[in-house]
Design a protein around this ligand. Structure first.
Ligand SMILES: *Cc1c(COP(=O)(O)O)cnc(C)c1O
Length: 468
């Protein structure tokens, strides 16, 4: 139960609090309205181009922005920086085997390093790679390896107001239709993500993972998992799926992985480190091939681009990330922010997901057209109001259609408030919510932006804007 749900009850109020206390603090700069105006103008009204020094509360991303624990920092001092066979690698390998249940582990510098390896090893040119929605780096590596992405997520995932409890589920009928069309040989593997980032941090149910496994077994197709936010997914299963309320998040993670043949990981998310990743596999031949390639792209197979100390912090982070208390507070904080906004009828993607609140900029600014860049405008307004940094996930992020050269017009036009793990307090969330409310209150007088510089690739990172 969230604090908000209990708020206002005179008797028996029982709040929860974070299962940690603060031992070291990092001061952040308090900026004035004039400072912010200048900084945003210099940054071309693009939050990616702001200096972090000019940001008060940074909700750009949850990637690599977690606070490490005292145990992890102690682990940093235990780095064994041997080129080969570092003891920290064996700790990492054991942590992945114990908590995720896979047999073989290949370390990588971050998630996309592992995506590159599995894509190169498991995709033959021209094969399809069906997935429950795409992720930017995942799809790009699959395409660079000659794969063709096919979206097989349920339709509800594309609707910001559909309240389906497991909006990340694979639509098995869509997958069956693809298998009928191209044959099992035409499919490299299923690319299953849990939770689904681009759908708003929405989970996959255990029943869906089990049914997917059965279907794939009948056709001899492998299932590889993007485990980046699987612990968050497991918490939603524990909370929502019949039969899982009494299981630990750790048990749920392990059962889920048991329906897959391997996984790649951006350890910068769930696993509570600032840098790191891994690929884990059950089939020895695939492992051999990936271990061969890792020395080309990342480093020797016992460090894969990480320092020994990074691997030690990661091994400890994996263990900490599986704690029920930790994950309840992590998701509870995201939900706390979301429920404050809902209470004020501010339009957000629902249900509230695992790692972020997504403001629905279309409904926030109904008077703006999509070419006024409403989500980019909202991110700029929020920064101007309070120094809170968010990110655009709408028409700017979607880029242009390579064939016609016109903008792609995505259905979802969103501004993402992404919550780093163990970094901010409830008071920070109050400040964020109140700032969104202030921006919402003067929404009618807000005008859009026009793009004055547009890079060729991944334009959202470096595009520049001016007030329209
Ligand atoms: C961040 C992310 C990745 C890529 O990982 P990096 O560590 O940024 O390279 C892959 N999949 C998902 C779902 C992610 O959120």
């Amino acid at each position: 139960m969230s604090n908000l749900q209990t708020m206002g009850q005179q008797h028996g109020r029982r709040s929860w609090a974070e299962p940690w206390k603060i031992k070291m603090v990092e001061p952040i700069k308090m900026t004035s309205a004039d400072d912010r105006k200048r900084a945003l103008s210099e940054a071309g009204y693009n939050t990616f181009l702001l200096r972090s020094d000019d940001v008060y509360i940074d909700l750009l991303t949850d990637s690599g922005t977690s606070a490490m624990s005292d145990r992890q920092w102690a682990g940093i001092m235990l780095g064994d920086e041997a080129y080969a066979g570092s003891r920290n690698f064996y700790h990492l390998e054991a942590a992945v085997q114990t908590h995720y249940g896979y047999r073989f582990v290949v370390p990588t510098h971050q998630g996309r390093g592992a995506e590159n390896l599995i894509s190169q090893v498991a995709i033959k040119r021209g094969q399809y790679v069906p997935g429950n929605m795409y992720f930017t780096t995942t799809r790009l590596h699959q395409e660079l390896a000659g794969g063709i992405f096919a979206d097989v997520i349920i339709d509800a995932a594309h609707d910001s107001q559909d309240l389906h409890p497991f909006k990340g589920d694979v639509d098995l009928d869509k997958l069956r239709a693809l298998i009928d069309k191209v044959g099992a040989d035409g499919i490299a593997y299923i690319s299953l993500a849990a939770t689904v980032n681009m759908a708003g941090g929405q989970p996959v149910s255990m029943a869906n993972a089990r049914a997917l496994r059965e279907l794939c077994n009948r056709h001899g197709i492998r299932v590889y998992l993007d485990a980046t936010r699987l612990v968050e997914n497991a918490y939603f299963i524990q909370e929502r799926e019949p039969g899982y309320a009494d299981k630990t998040v750790s048990e749920i993670v392990k059962e889920f992985c048991g329906y897959t043949d391997g996984a790649w990981m951006s350890a910068k998310k769930d696993n509570l480190v600032n840098i790191g990743g891994w690929l884990a596999l059950n089939h020895e031949d695939v492992f051999e091939a990936a271990r061969n390639l890792v020395v080309v792209y990342e480093g020797l197979h016992t460090y894969g681009g990480m320092a020994g100390r990074d691997m030690e912090a990661l091994a400890i982070g994996i263990e900490e990330s599986m704690s029920d208390d930790h994950i309840r507070a992590r998701i509870g904080q995201v939900r706390y922010l979301g429920e404050l906004l809902e209470q004020w009828s501010i339009p957000i993607v629902r249900p509230i997901g695992g790692h972020a609140i997504f403001l629905d900029a279309r409904r926030f600014y109904p008077h703006l057209t999509q070419t006024d860049f409403p989500a980019q405008t909202l991110a700029a307004e929020l920064y101007l109001d309070s120094g809170v940094r968010s990110m655009e996930r709408g028409i700017v992020s979607a880029g242009r259609d390579p064939a016609t050269g016109d903008h792609r017009f995505p259905k979802l036009e969103l501004t993402r408030l992404t919550i780093p793990r163990r970094v901010y307090t409830q008071a920070h969330m109050d400040v964020v919510a109140e700032s969104v409310k202030a921006v919402y209150d003067h929404r009618d007088s807000t005008r859009g932006l026009r793009m004055v510089y547009e890079p060729q690739y991944l334009r959202f990172f470096q595009a520049r804007f001016e007030p329209a």
